[in-house]
Design a protein around this ligand. Structure first.
Ligand code: NAD
Ligand code: 89Y
Length: 344
């Protein structure tokens, strides 16, 4: 592979500005954003103009034919992930695809199998585990300061008007577990390891949305640890921590708590220390989204680094299948009233 990586981006909608900024900023790390694509030509053209991208397309097949891409970043919604991933792999282009990986289990498995057969890099842009405060939590766990974690609560509760930027949420057939559950369940795996079984209750509390907007999950991990994992878009209380995840983890020697406001509380052997773990901001980042924006930059940087090192990303397609399996198990549990083992 040459020193520089030619990046193409597909999907120039609401969230894409974070990816576009990130790839531009990663020029110093060897990324050249050479082309953007959207089925809406006005969006593709606007993205190319605003971000100084040399070429734009309204058809992904044409982009793959005409460009010599070293990486494609797919920032469309999940319904078109599989055909776009298959197209990219058919052109032997290493691929990163936004979360949720796909609309269902079969689509996700098919993408992972296609990448394995072709021997091509495939990763999911699962960015929550790259958020600055949550990296710090992982660092503390890895240091064994609190001992082996035995209990956790991971919670994303908000009443922020997410529908303004993402109006498609009103009509999703499966909503909060696929949109937010993928993030918080991925964090549960990241912090406590693989899941033995999950019980889940879902609620549709906002009558204007079609599917569940609240999920409350209880999990046993293979390590023996227990976690309570929650996500909702219907928590109308102040202060509203959007878009931060509250994480509380306990071990035999202490506890670590990441609170909205980017405050980290660490108790070790009866001694409490508090630190500010805010994300360092770049000029295009602004509160309240900056925690997420910064994690998009870190995730893109990780993808570039892993690709160039010839290894899988931490959130490879294969790894993300394990998170997706827990989501599917949560849906099954909500439907049956039983605890469900992921992948069964
Ligand atoms: P969006 O609908 O605003 O944008 C998607 C864009 O993709 C649209 O402009 C659409 O025209 C384009 N598109 C659709 N099919 C296409 C195709 N075949 N070829 C080219 N372009 C195509 O959606 P969004 O809010 O930007 O979300 C995109 C993805 O990002 C979703 O999967 C969403 O879940 C994810 N997202 C992730 C985070 C995060 O923190 N990781 C936050 C928000 C959104
Ligand atoms: O869609 C959601 C996500 O993935 O991160 C934040 C979000 O945009 C709204 O909660």
């Amino acid at each position: 592979m040459s020193d520089r990586v030619a990046v193409g981006l597909i999907g120039c909608g609401f969230f894409s500005r974070n990816h576009l900024h990130s790839w531009k900023d990663l020029a110093s790390a060897g990324a050249d954003l050479v082309a953007v694509c959207d089925v809406d030509p006005a969006k593709a053209k606007a993205a190319a103009e605003v971000f100084g991208v040399p070429r734009w397309y309204s058809d992904a097949a044409t982009m793959f034919r005409d460009e010599n891409l070293g990486l494609v970043d797919i920032v469309t919604r999940m319904d078109v992930h599989r055909p776009l991933v298959e197209l990219a792999l058919g052109h032997r282009v290493p691929t990163v695809v936004q979360k949720p990986f796909g609309p269902d289990w079969d689509a996700c498995v098919a993408m992972v199998e296609s990448a394995a057969t072709a021997g091509i890099f495939l990763a999911v842009h699962e960015n929550f585990r790259f958020q600055a405060p949550l990296r710090k939590v992982k660092e503390i766990l890895d240091s064994k300061a609190i001992g082996e974690p035995s209990w956790a609560r991971i919670s994303f509760r908000t009443g922020y008007d997410i529908y303004a930027g993402q109006p498609y949420f009103f009509d999703e057939e499966r909503f909060v577990i696929l949109d937010l559950g993928v993030h918080v369940l991925d964090l549960a795996r990241f912090f406590l390891g693989e899941v033995e079984h999950v019980s889940c209750e879902t609620q549709r509390r906002n009558p204007k949305v079609r599917a569940e907007d609240t999920a409350t999950m209880l999990m046993r991990h293979l390590s023996g640890a227990v976690s309570v994992v929650e996500c909702t878009y219907e928590a109308h209380r102040l202060p509203d921590g959007f878009p931060e995840t509250r994480v509380e983890i306990e071990g035999p020697n202490g506890a670590v708590v990441a609170k909205p406001g980017r405050i980290l509380e660490l108790t070790v052997n009866g001694r409490l220390t508090e630190s500010d773990v805010d994300a360092p901001t770049l000029p295009w980042m602004a509160p309240p989204w900056h925690i997420i924006e910064e994690s998009v930059f870190r995730t893109c940087a990780h993808m570039l680094e892993a690709l160039r090192a010839g290894r899988d990303a931490d959130t490879s397609g294969r790894d993300n299948l394990k998170t997706f399996a827990v989501c599917e198990a949560a849906y099954r549990s909500a439907a049956t009233g039983r605890a469900v083992r992921p992948g069964t």
